[in-house]
Design a binder for this molecule. Structure first.
Ligand code: SF4
Ligand code: SF4
Length: 156
């Protein structure tokens, strides 16, 4: 059984509609595409500004003063952070996410944005074309990100 077959089989238990099944596949595909990039800084924390309630607990807890309050929201300075995870644990509203959680959140946001146009498009072939086009766009973006990272490594 191929890898894609395994994904389709596992998806078919709770996803019946064709477009939702495709969305599920894109989620897995996008995550696989992102893996080589996100593995490098797997523990880098991110602040979800919408959730931050400005309590400053993370600021006080950070051992290297990597967090400041900017316009009432916590902001992490990447090059000071030592990835200890203390801010993630202390935040009372779970506004600080680990890399893995942040990437999954962004994937879900991307898919939510794609689901609307997909559901409005009734034709199966039109939906397939829309999905293929989005995958092509993602591949282009991936090439740009990889190329930029490669060039940045040359600079040092
Ligand atoms: S992970 Fe540790 S070092 Fe990085 S911002 Fe959070 S508390 Fe500070
Ligand atoms: S601990 Fe959480 S809610 Fe409090 S300032 Fe930091 S990110 Fe915002």
């Amino acid at each position: 059984m191929s890898f894609i077959n395994i994904i389709v089989t596992s998806a078919s238990y709770d996803i019946i509609r064709y477009d939702e099944c495709i969305v599920y596949l894109i989620t897995v595909y996008t995550f696989i595409l992102a893996l080589p990039i996100i593995n490098e800084d797997w523990n880098m924390p991110w602040v979800n500004k919408k959730k931050c309630v400005s309590c400053k607990k993370c600021v006080k807890r950070c051992p290297v003063d990597a967090i400041d309050m900017v316009k009432g929201k916590a902001l992490i300075t990447d090059d000071k952070c030592i990835y200890c995870g203390k801010c993630v644990k202390v935040c009372p509203v779970k506004a600080i996410l680990k890399d893995r959680e942040f990437v999954e959140l962004r994937i879900r946001d991307n898919l939510k944005a794609l689901k609307g146009p997909l559901s409005r498009n009734k034709g199966k072939n039109a939906r397939k074309r829309m999905i293929k086009s989005r995958i092509r766009q993602l591949r282009k973006q991936q090439k740009v990100i990889r190329g930029t990272i490669r060039e940045l490594k040359q600079i040092t």
